[in-house]
Write a new protein. Structure first.
Length: 158
């Protein structure tokens, strides 16, 4: 790695945890807490400005607004395994959803880093102290310390 270059992690798009993260002795397991969020499904290709960078979204992808006003994208293919509609919202339509208590693996990073998403174009930039999150479905993300503390509970093991 070049001096001054940020460490880069790549989403694979393949199910399972990334070995680079699962082999890290600092890694922890956590479970997402059930939280209500606002969701809209984009009818067109667009970009989403997240706290960590600009993310490309395809038609049908979910654009989510979290409890702290933060935004992120979830692909249509992965959305139903991560969120459930809150009545009167109908599944697949924009409205209120609740996050499911899915298990993740994460490492609190000591230095700045970058994540290349599975689309091969979208890049996220993380700062020291932020969490590199492996969702176990081939996607990686970056979560700030404050959001991680209110969105996840650390669990003992797999």
């Amino acid at each position: 790695m070049n001096p001054g270059a940020q460490r880069q992690f790549r989403s694979t798009g393949q199910r399972g945890y990334l070995t680079l993260i699962s082999d890290d002795p600092r890694r922890i397991f956590a479970r997402k807490l059930e939280r209500e969020i606002d969701v809209r499904f984009t009818p067109i290709e667009c970009t989403v400005q997240t706290s960590e960078g600009l993310v490309h979204a395809a038609p049908g992808d979910a654009i989510i607004t979290g409890t702290a006003g933060e935004h992120w994208r979830v692909s249509r293919a992965r959305f139903a395994e991560k969120y459930r509609p809150v009545p009167p919202t109908v599944a697949g339509e924009s409205g209120r959803y609740i996050s499911l208590p899915n298990r993740i693996m994460a490492v609190s990073m000591r230095e700045p880093f970058e994540v290349l998403l599975a689309d091969g174009v979208s890049r996220l930039t993380g700062r020291a102290g932020e969490w590199l999150v492996d969702y176990g479905d081939g996607s990686l993300g970056i979560v700030s310390e404050a959001i991680f503390a209110t969105t996840y509970e650390i669990i003992d093991g797999p």
